[in-house]
Ligand binder design. Structure first.
Ligand SMILES: *[C@@H]1O[C@H](CO)[C@@H](O)[C@H](O)[C@H]1NC(C)=O
Ligand SMILES: *[C@@H]1O[C@H](CO)[C@@H](O)[C@H](O)[C@H]1NC(C)=O
Ligand SMILES: *[C@@H]1O[C@H](CO)[C@@H](O)[C@H](O)[C@H]1NC(C)=O
Ligand SMILES: *[C@@H]1O[C@H](CO)[C@@H](O)[C@H](O)[C@H]1NC(C)=O
Length: 564
C-alpha cells in the first residue's frame, strides 16, 4: 500500500491520491490503478479501453513501473506525450491475444442427435451451422500464463473454454450457462465439463466467481448460474461422482452471496434477508476507463466514488447498463446513466435465481443421500419465497418488482425480470403465475414481432428498449406457465435470429431491433437458439415459406423501425 501511495502521489493523477476509501478493482498497479493506466487510457491511443488492459507485459511489473516513472519524471508535469507513450507501449507491452492458443474441441462431431428432431429443413441446416460455430469459439490459455501470471491480466484457468466472441476474448460467467446448455445438446460433454471445472477452480481460488477471466474483473461477480450449470451437466450425464465433488464448491459460492451480497429488509413487521448486487470497489472500470471518468466529471469526490462502485454493481448484475438501475435525486426510478444506483435496489431476478439455486442445492443433497443438508436448503428456499412475496410481489399489478431500499418502494417499470420468479418456480400460489402471464400480456411487451424487449424505455443503454437479449428470452420462454405464449415467443426469437443469420452469416450478441454489434457466432446466442430448436424443433419454422430471405429481412427491419 505504501508503495502504491508513493508511486501514486508522484503523479499528476491526483484523484487516485485523494482519500480513497474503497479498494481498487485489483491489486495490479498497471492494469487496475495508477499512472500508466490513467495516462494510456486518457491519451485514447486505442478505440476500445479494453485493448490496453488486455495487453501482455514484456517485462516484470516493477521494471515497467520504473521505466514509466523515469519517463514521466523528465516530462513537464509528469504527463508523458503520446508519441513517447506509444514508444513505451511498444517496448513494454504486446498486443492482446498472446495469452491464448486456438483450440478445436476434440469432442465435436458432426451429427449430434438433437439435429434430427428439427423438422423444418431450413432451420435444420441453420442448426448445423450453429453447431459448427463451436469450433471457432474454442480457446485454450497458454501455459505461460500459469508460469508468469504477473505478465498478464488474464486469470489462468486450467481447461479450454468457449468464449462469447468479439471483444470478449476470455471466459465470462453467466454467458457460460447458455453456452454449456448448447454444448450439452451438441454432445460436447467434455468441453462442458471443462468449463464447469474452471468455475469450480475460480471459486476455490477467489471464494466466488469473477465476472470474467481478467484480473480487472476479480472484485465483482455476475448472476450466479454455476449451480444451474452443474444441474444441466448432471441431467445430461447422471454423473454422481462429479456432483459429489462439485457440491461443496457450489455451497461455498452460495455462502459468498449470502455473506457478501445480502441485506436485511423489513416488510409487514418482519425482517427478511434478500440479495443485491453490490461492489464496493473504487476507481473507473479499467476496461471502460475513460467512459467512467467522463461520466463522473464534475461530481464531488464521494459521489464519484459511489457512482463508480454502482457502475461495477451494474456490471455484476449482467445488465450493464440499464434504466433499471437509475434512481434520481427524488428517489424515483428515473434519470440517466449518471443516476445509476445499483446498490439501492433489491433485484427480482437475482433473488429468483438464488431461490432456484437453494432448491437445487437441496435436491443435490437428496440425490447424494444427505437428507439433513437437503432440509437446510429447503428451509432457505422457503424463507426466500416468503421474503420475495413480502417484498417484491405486488398483488394488484400481478408481478414482482425491484425494491428500492432507500425509498422503501417498488419500481414499477416493465422489465422481463419482473417475471423471473415464474422461471425460477419460486411462487406459492398457481394464481400468481396466471396473474403474471396476464401482466405480461397487458404490459405491451408482447407487441414486438422480434422478441420481448429488455424494457419499454429508450434510454440509449444496451439493456433497454429496443434491444432484446438471448438469456431474457430464454428465461421467459422457459417459465413453465402459459405454454402458448412461450411457444409464440420461441417462434419469434428463432425467426429473428435465423433471419439475422441469413443476412449476415453471424449470430448476434443481442438481437436488435437495432443492429449494432455484429460478431461471428456469439456464444450465448448460439446456446439459446440450439435449446429452443431442440425444445420446439418439431413445430418451429423459419417462417420463410419460400420467399427470398432478403425480402423477409426488409420486412423485419421495417417492422422494427416502425415499431408496433
Ligand atoms: C530508471 O532510472 C533509474 C535511475 O536512473 C535506473 O537505475 C533504472 O534502471 C531506470 N529504470 C528503467 C526500467 O529503465
Ligand atoms: C503544469 O502545471 C502548471 C501548474 O499546475 C500549469 O499551470 C501548467 O499549465 C501545466 N503544464 C502542462 C503542460 O500541463
Ligand atoms: C466476504 O466478506 C467477508 C467478511 O466481510 C470478507 O472477509 C471476505 O473477504 C469477503 N469475500 C469476498 C470474496 O469478497
Ligand atoms: C420520471 O420523470 C418524468 C419527468 O420528470 C416524470 O414525468 C415521470 O413521472 C418520472 N417517472 C417516475 C417513475 O418517477
Amino acid at each position: 500500500m505504501n508503495n502504491f501511495m508513493l508511486f501514486c502521489c508522484s503523479s499528476v493523477v491526483l484523484f487516485t491520491c485523494a482519500q480513497r476509501t474503497l479498494p481498487p478493482p485489483c491489486d495490479s498497479e498497471i492494469y487496475c490503478a495508477g499512472d500508466i493506466l490513467h495516462q494510456v487510457q486518457t491519451a485514447k491511443l486505442f478505440d476500445d479501453d479494453k485493448y490496453f488492459v488486455d495487453m501482455k507485459l514484456r517485462a516484470n511489473p516493477d521494471i515497467v513501473l520504473s521505466a514509466f516513472h523515469n519517463l514521466s519524471s523528465v516530462s513537464p508535469n509528469m504527463t508523458v506525450p503520446s508519441t513517447k507513450l506509444q514508444e513505451f507501449l511498444d517496448t513494454y507491452f504486446e498486443k492482446p491475444g498472446k495469452e491464448f492458443e486456438s483450440w478445436t474441441p476434440p469432442d465435436w462431431h458432426d451429427k449430434p442427435k438433437f439435429l434430427a428432431k428439427i423438422a423444418d429443413q431450413e432451420l435444420h441446416t441453420w442448426a448445423e451451422k450453429i453447431h459448427h460455430l463451436w469450433k471457432s469459439l474454442g480457446r485454450k490459455i497458454r501455459a505461460d500464463v500459469k508460469d508468469h501470471p504477473q505478465l498478464y491480466s488474464q486469470i489462468y484457468t486450467p481447461y479450454p473454454v468457449i468464449v462469447p466472441g468479439g471483444r470478449f476474448r476470455e471466459l465470462y460467467y453467466w454467458d457460460s450457462y447458455w453456452v454449456i446448455n448448447g454444448l450439452l445438446l451438441s454432445e460436447m460433454t467434455d468441453t462442458a465439463h471443462g468449463m464447469i471445472q474452471n468455475f469450480l477452480y475460480l471459486v476455490n481460488r477467489h471464494g466466488f466467481i469473477p465476472n470474467g477471466g481478467r484480473i480487472y474483473y476479480e472484485r465483482r461477480s455476475q448472476p450466479p448460474f454455476l449451480t444451474l450449470m452443474v444441474e444441466s451437466y448432471y441431467e445430461a450425464t447422471k454423473d454422481k461422482e462429479f456432483l459429489r465433488t462439485a457440491l461443496p464448491v457450489l455451497e461455498q459460492e452460495y455462502q459468498f452471496w449470502m455473506q457478501n451480497r445480502s441485506v436485511r429488509v423489513q416488510a409487514n413487521g418482519k425482517e427478511h434477508i434478500l440479495n443485491w448486487y453490490n461492489v464496493q470497489v473504487g476507481l473507473p472500470r479499467p476496461e471502460s476507463y475513460t467512459d467512467d471518468l467522463e461520466l463522473a466529471e464534475g461530481l464531488s469526490e464521494d459521489r464519484r466514488e459511489q457512482l463508480w462502485a454502482d457502475l461495477k454493481a451494474g456490471a455484476e448484475s449482467g445488465w450493464d447498463f440499464s434504466s433499471r438501475w437509475y434512481v434520481d435525486g427524488e428517489g424515483s426510478n428515473n434519470g440517466s446513466l449518471r443516476d445509476t444506483r445499483t446498490s439501492h435496489i433489491l433485484p427480482t431476478d437475482l433473488n429468483s435465481l438464488l431461490c432456484r439455486n437453494e432448491k437445487k442445492l437441496a435436491s443435490f443433497h437428496r440425490i447424494l443421500g444427505d437428507g439433513d443438508s437437503a432440509a437446510l436448503y429447503d428451509q432457505a428456499a422457503a424463507r426466500r419465497l416468503e421474503a420475495i412475496e413480502a417484498v417484491l410481489w405486488d398483488a394488484e399489478r400481478g408481478a414482482w418488482f425491484d425494491y428500492n431500499l432507500v425509498t422503501h418502494s417498488s419500481h414499477f417499470e416493465f422489465y422481463p425480470s419482473n417475471l423471473a420468479p415464474i422461471w425460477a418456480e419460486c411462487f406459492s400460489q398457481p394464481a400468481m403465475g396466471e396473474k403474471a402471464v396476464q401482466y405480461l400480456k397487458d404490459s405491451g411487451a408482447l407487441r414486438f414481432p422480434n422478441g420481448v424487449p429488455t424494457s419499454l424505455r429508450e434510454s440509449g443503454q444496451q439493456w433497454d428498449y429496443p434491444n432484446a437479449w438471448p438469456p431474457l428470452q430464454h428465461m421467459l420462454i422457459d417459465g413453465k406457465n402459459a405454454k402458448q405464449v412461450a411457444f409464440d415467443l420461441a417462434q419469434r426469437w428463432i425467426k429473428t435470429n435465423w433471419m439475422a443469420y441469413v443476412k449476415y452469416e453471424a449470430m448476434f450478441e443481442k438481437c436488435f431491433i437495432v443492429l449494432t454489434v455484429l460478431q461471428l457466432g456469439f456464444g450465448w446466442t448460439n446456446g439459446v437458439a440450439l435449446q429452443l430448436l431442440d425444445q420446439y424443433g418439431g413445430s418451429l419454422t423459419s417462417g420463410s415459406s419460400g420467399v427470398s430471405s432478403g425480402f423477409l429481412l426488409v420486412v423485419v427491419f421495417s417492422a422494427c423501425l416502425l415499431s408496433p
